[in-house]
Design a binder for this molecule. Structure first.
Ligand code: BV8
Length: 240
């Protein structure tokens, strides 16, 4: 175990797998989103320019599914750990960096959450730059609530676009003592490259239903469903 500053600095990177047991599909698993939708059509700026109605419907469907989803024990366990840091039961700091566009971390009570690929419950106006919260359907002719021009898009990072909050993420990765990935296949960059970035100065752990493709990059792996493995891992931290 590396020499710790007073407060243990923990960065947790989450992917679609942490929300699977809340009923939200992942991308690459059997029956996942990418089996039914072409990434180039629904998850690129070119696809949106080509067919904005197709892309709008794709995200309207996911927004409707999210309305029926609830945080699970894995989301709640991370919120418990953050709360333990706040009230001094745990001498550490936790930042959740998520690739997920759902708001289940926040609904579980986590506050320090960075959505590097954007948020499903937000849209962005390409005319005035407003990013209003959005819970229902949004179509190509839906007017922006700020400038009233019909030029809204999902506030989401598509392939070929620069992820959000990269400076804050880079600073947290450089300072972390422990780096943990939960429910991510490690296939999409730059997120997939974070473990290689930190392994010279931090302990690395992967929590996933399956053993990781690159086991060598992690000091430790916990294989099993997030709702079972994450609460157990958090109990270990708070127990020790
Ligand atoms: C960029 C939003 C420049 C939309 C998403 C280097 C090499 C090769 C390619 C590239 C490279 N650098 C950049 C690229 C191109 C590209 C890329 O990575 N392509 C891949 C396909 C090779 N990257 C980009 O374009 C990125 N932009 O690089 O800009 C730049 C970079 C840095 C700094 C400045 C500029 C932008 C990518 C973002 C695209 N948008 N999402 C939406 O959600 O609709 S990506 C999307 O897919 C998700 O956000 C997530 O990131 C990714 C999916 O991955 P996972 O979340 O891991 O989900 P997946 O289904 O794959 O896996 C689920 C896992 O859960 C599995 O392991 C499974 O076993 C596990 N699991 C399942 N159930 C459970 C479970 N685990 C526990 N419990 C369970 N119950």
């Amino acid at each position: 175990m590396k020499q710790h500053d007073p407060a243990e600095r923990l960065v947790v990177l989450t992917g679609a797998g942490i929300s699977r047991e809340s009923g939200l599909e992942t991308f690459r698993d059997a029956g996942g989103l990418w089996n039914r939708h072409d990434i180039a059509d629904v998850c690129t700026p070119q696809g949106f320019r080509r067919d904005p109605m197709l892309v709008s419907r794709f995200y309207n469907e996911r927004r409707a599914e999210l309305a029926h989803a609830e945080p699970n024990a894995a989301h709640r366990a991370l919120a418990t750990l953050e709360q333990a840091a706040r009230d001094g039961r745990w001498n550490g700091e936790l930042l959740i960096v998520t690739q997920n566009i759902d708001d289940l971390h926040e609904r579980a009570g986590s506050r320090d959450v960075v959505h590097m690929h954007g948020e499903l419950r937000r849209v962005r106006c390409l005319s005035c730059g407003a990013t209003p919260e959005w819970l229902g359907d949004c179509l190509p002719d839906t007017p922006c609530p700020a400038c009233h021009r019909p030029n809204l898009r999902p506030d989401i990072v598509w392939f070929g676009e620069v992820p959000l909050h990269m400076e804050r993420i880079a600073a947290a990765l450089a300072a972390c003592d422990r780096f943990v990935t939960i429910g991510t296949s490690g296939m999409v960059y730059p997120a997939a490259g974070f473990v290689a970035e930190v392994r010279d100065h931090a302990d690395t752990l992967d929590i996933n239903l399956e053993a990781p493709a690159t086991p060598t990059l992690f000091d430790r792996t916990l294989v099993g469903p997030a709702t079972r493995m994450v609460p157990r891992w958090v109990a270990d931290i708070l127990g020790s």
